[in-house]
Design a protein around this ligand. Sequence first.
Ligand SMILES: [Zn+2]
Length: 104
Amino acid sequence: MTDTQQLLEEIKVLQTKLSKAEGALNLALSHLGYADVDHDSYMRTEYGCTVYGDDYVSCHCEDCEGYVLDKYGSYIIEGQGNSESARCDNDDCCYFDGGSEENQ
Ligand SMILES: [Zn+2]
């Protein structure tokens, strides 16, 4: 077996473990009565992080509690993503529509 084949095998094993862990989390949430709850936005709102504990980029405006969205409308995680054309998800914020970006 080549190194590449071995790595691919290891990736397959890890993907299976990840998928089982995600399934276990969903079962646990459902067991606790939180089936179909938006766990992602709960974690973002309450803790400012993803379900994996990675921090979201929060808006730097004064008194703004919003988080930064990229140009595709996805939340940006610290150290990841592209802040080009970023905007704030708080509709009271001056960066809600990207500041200087055009409105629709
Ligand atoms: Zn903001």
